[in-house]
Every structure is written in structure tokens, then in C-alpha cells.
Design a protein around this ligand. Structure first.
Ligand code: SAM
Length: 214
């Protein structure tokens, strides 16, 4: 099933060219940023990966972290198809459940040690982050559990602000994401009671890779 009313948009159309577009604009920088804190994940962890796209981060996670199990939660069936093909093609080790759905479909009895949200929070406005996305994900994160976020932040230079504005407009048009501006997701995570543990600026300050704990 495809999630029709997802405020994070519908990425099915753009799935075939998403990675190529990201590479055209940023090279490998966005991928590198997502991998920065992977080494903090202990072996045999239960991991929820939300909005993983075509599966580049899943591959790194399985190879580098040896998790016990992964739930791959994605609203785009086309993205999930690409991630499953990648796993089969590369014979990646590990137990992965691919689930086409959003955070509202999570079962609270299924708890995780680690949550990963790579370039997901920037799709939503602050209201949705505060009232829907963050509470839904917190319900399935174990006490003391870790949340690794990699996402855009308000950048320092004027040309970066223009690039960010253009990207948000583009994804509003193509995928129908709800947000018009970049939400202050760091403040939303703090307000939700998460503790900030580490931060590394990436992509000349446009992106932040961060570790939060519940
Ligand atoms: C900007 S793309 C990032 C993809 C990938 N993380 C990357 O960096 O290449 C956002 C992804 O989140 C997915 N998505 C959007 N809203 C979602 C939600 N509520 N739950 C799960 N996935 C969602 C989209 O389908 C899309 O694949």
C-alpha cells in the first residue's frame, strides 16, 4: 500500500532518479554525512530506519553495525523496491523487514534500541514534527535508546539559503511535501525531552549529523 495522506509527500515518481539528483547537487557528501555516527550503534541492536530511500544507508548499517534486526519503514513503495533489490543484488547479511508505511503504522509493542532518520525531518512542518512524527517514533524507542538524525539545518551563507529554498520548493512541487520552510527540528527534539549527545556539521554547515538519546 502507498500512504496517500502522508505530509512527508509521495516519492514514488522521483524514486528512479533520486540518487542521481542528490549526487548531481552534492556529490557523495549527503551519504557521507549519514554514515558519520554509525559506529556508535552497538552490535546486535534492534534498529528502526525511517525514510531510508533507495537503501544506501541500510547497506552501510548491515555491513558496519551487524544489527540483530532492522525495520525499514518507508512510505514510497518504489523506494522500498529499490532497497530490497539492492539487498538481494549485494547479498547483504542480516534480518530486515521492509514495511511500506509511515510512523502511524508502528506497533508500540515493537521497541527499538536505535532509530535512524536520514533527511526525513526536513520534509515536515514544526506542527507535524511535534504532534505526530516525533511522538510516534518516541513511543517505539526504548528508554535510553539512541536516535541518529542527519538533516539540513539553516545554513550560514546566502547561496546555501537559496539552494535550500529551491530544494524545498522542488520537493513541494514534485513530491508534495507539506513544509514551506525548514523546521527547527533540533528545538522540536529538545522540546520532546530528548537529550543531545553529539553533533558534527557537514556539507559546509548545511547539514548536521547528530546523536540524541531518550
Ligand atoms: C528526502 S528523501 C531521503 C531518502 C534517503 N534517506 C536519502 O538520504 O537518500 C525522504 C524519504 O523519506 C520517505 N518518507 C517521507 N515521509 C515518510 C514517513 N512519514 N515515514 C517513512 N518514510 C517517509 C520518502 O518516501 C523518501 O524516500
Amino acid at each position: 500500500m502507498d500512504v496517500k495522506q502522508n505530509p512527508g509527500g509521495n516519492f514514488n515518481w522521483i524514486a528512479p532518479v533520486y540518487d542521481a539528483l542528490a549526487f548531481l547537487v552534492f556529490g557523495r557528501k549527503l551519504q557521507r554525512a549519514q554514515g558519520i555516527f554509525l559506529d556508535r550503534i552497538p552490535p546486535k541492536a534492534s534498529v528502526l530506519l525511517v525514510g531510508g530511500g533507495t537503501g544506501w544507508l541500510l547497506e552501510q548499517l548491515l555491513v558496519r553495525c551487524k544489527p540483530e534486526r532492522v525495520l525499514y519503514l518507508e512510505t514510497s513503495s518504489q523506494m522500498v523496491a529499490r532497497a530490497t533489490r539492492r539487498m538481494a543484488r549485494k547479498s547483504l547479511p542480516g534480518t530486515v523487514i521492509f514495511w511500506v508505511g509511515d510512523e502511524t503504522t508502528l506497533d508500540p509493542s515493537n521497541q527499538f534500541d536505535v532509530i535512524l532518520t536520514p533527511f526525513l525531518l526536513d520534509l515536515f512542518n514544526e506542527q507535524t514534527l511535534q504532534n505526530r512524527l516525533i511522538p510516534s517514533l518516541l513511543r517505539v524507542l526504548k528508554p535510553g535508546g539512541m536516535w541518529l538524525v542527519t538533516d539540513f539545518v539553516l545554513p550560514p551563507a546566502w547561496w546555501q539559503k537559496v539552494l535550500l529554498w529551491t530544494m524545498i520548493r522542488f520537493f513541494r512541487l514534485i513530491a508534495g511535501i507539506e513544509t514551506r520552510t525548514l523546521a527547527n527540528w533540533q528545538q522540536c527534539l529538545t522540546d520532546a525531552g530528548l537529550s543531545h549527545q553529539a553533533r558534527k556539521p557537514q556539507v559546509d554547515g548545511m547539514v548536521s549529523a547528530e546523536v540524541w538519546t531518550r
